[in-house]
Design a protein around this ligand. Structure first.
Ligand code: HEM
Length: 396
């Protein structure tokens, strides 16, 4: 998509995309400055009408609304329930666990010589971390991974149980995400919640069910369901793809990998470049609450407005030579997690730490790594995903 984004940034940064079937269409924002401004102004550009390109009817919206699709005091109250658990300081408490997990994952995978980087290294790592934060039993982690795949990348036939917009999905009208996977996840989360209510646990589920966020009321069952599912899906594929894209970038730019190996102190800077380069989330969407304008282009009340984070991360107005992958790039004002608005990624510090530890452990173990077959992408306009990446490694 990079050439298309570049052309739009240059000649039509606020671009109208008519829906192919004559539906409602949407605006595409492709410049960094416009996207950041819209993301900060949730009074004008709301998330309440949902945040992906698909239309969500009211019934669906009611069943599956999480804080991601809320604005104002309720969003804030829900976010506050866990914001302290995701600060850089709080997540630093997982560093030892992360290093152990990373080491075990890598030793098992690298011993194979040739293997699929996604399946053996990137796929299960983020969800294992989350499983730990939620304190789910080890044996259940696979189920979380499976739900995450089936719910988010549901435009990829390999994962989907139901294609969202197909006639078939009418049968699943009353299921969250129109997907049986989400119902399974809800039931699972509720069972854990029931067992932890009133307890002393410090895991995320205990925190959620034992606080009183809104007017002295505990979290409703529905708010809990959607919070739980948001946690399971939000950090799963995103981090997986960030790690895989980073590996691929280092394979494609061996001199950068060398540099990083020689100067491990560059890792935090490199992680920012990994995130910019990967842009694991192509977009989130907003809806205009009133007639307004962006960059001189009028936008009508009710119009959908898509924030193309991936395009912002290659904006030549912000990044010198944006098509160059550079682990020493600084400043690096990428917006892979959004920027500054109320919905700024809750898991940003965690994702950064996961990526840093992954590559701190990976690079010293390898003397060479190369592609060993075709790289397969996830079919999606939402996640910039790689689902298979065969590699051959030589151990250091
Ligand atoms: C929100 C990206 C990892 C949890 C977001 C948003 C982006 C994003 C762009 C903003 C949504 C919007 O503007 O509407 C990413 C990327 C990740 C990542 C690229 C990995 C590289 C994680 C992790 C977690 C997480 C590890 C932890 C569970 C969340 C949550 C929100 C969010 C809960 C919603 C916040 C809100 O609505 O207030 N993420 N994310 N993310 N992310 Fe992440």
């Amino acid at each position: 998509p990079w050439r298309m984004f570049e052309a739009l940034r240059r000649s039509e940064p606020v671009h109208w995309n008519p829906e192919p079937d004559g539906g409602s269409g949407f605006w595409s924002l492709t410049r960094h400055a416009d996207i950041v401004a819209a993301g900060r102004d949730s009074a004008t550009f709301t998330s309440e009408k949902f945040v992906n390109l698909e239309e969500v009817d009211e019934r669906q919206a009611e069943i599956r609304r999480s804080m991601l699709e809320m604005d104002g005091p309720r969003h804030l109250a829900l976010r506050r329930l866990l914001s302290r658990e995701f600060t850089p300081r709080a997540v630093a408490g997982y560093a030892t666990f992360l290093r152990g997990l990373t080491g075990r994952t890598l030793d098992a995978a690298l011993a194979k010589g040739t293997f699929d980087f996604v399946a053996e290294i990137a796929a299960d790592f983020p969800i294992n971390v989350l499983a730990r934060m939620l304190d789910v039993p080890d044996g259940d982690t696979r189920r979380l991974i499976d739900w995450g795949n089936r719910i988010i990348a549901n435009t990829d036939p390999e994962y989907a149980d139901v294609l969202l917009n197909s006639a078939e999905s009418e049968r699943y009208r009353d299921l969250p995400f129109r997907s049986p996977a989400s119902l399974e996840a809800f039931e699972y989360g509720r069972e854990l919640a029931a067992r932890r209510r009133g307890g002393e646990g410090t895991d995320l589920i205990s925190r959620l069910v034992n606080q009183t966020p809104i007017d002295g009321e505990p979290l409703s069952a529905r708010d809990f369901d959607n919070y739980f599912l948001l946690l399971v899906v939000a950090g799963n594929e995103t981090t997986r793809h960030a790690i895989t894209h980073a590996m691929r970038a280092l394979i494609d730019h061996p001199e950068q990998a060398e540099r990083l190996r020689a100067e491990p102190g560059l890792m935090p800077t490199a992680v920012e470049e990994f995130l910019r380069w990967a842009s694991p989330v192509y977009h989130f969407r907003r809806t205009a609450t009133r007639d307004t304008e962006v960059n001189g282009t009028p936008i009508g009340a009710g119009d959908k407005v898509v924030l193309w984070f991936a395009s912002a991360n290659r904006d030549e107005a912000v990044f010198a030579d944006p098509g160059r992958f550079d682990v020493t790039r600084g400043p690096n004002d990428h917006i892979a997690f959004g920027k500054g608005g109320p919905h700024y990624c809750l898991g940003a510090a965690l994702a950064r730490l996961e990526m840093r530890i992954m590559f701190e452990e990976l690079l010293p173990r390898l003397s060479d790594v190369r592609l060993a077959g075709d790289v397969r992408r996830v079919r999606s306009n939402f996640v910039n995903g790689i689902k298979r990446m065969p590699v051959t490694v030589t151990l250091a």
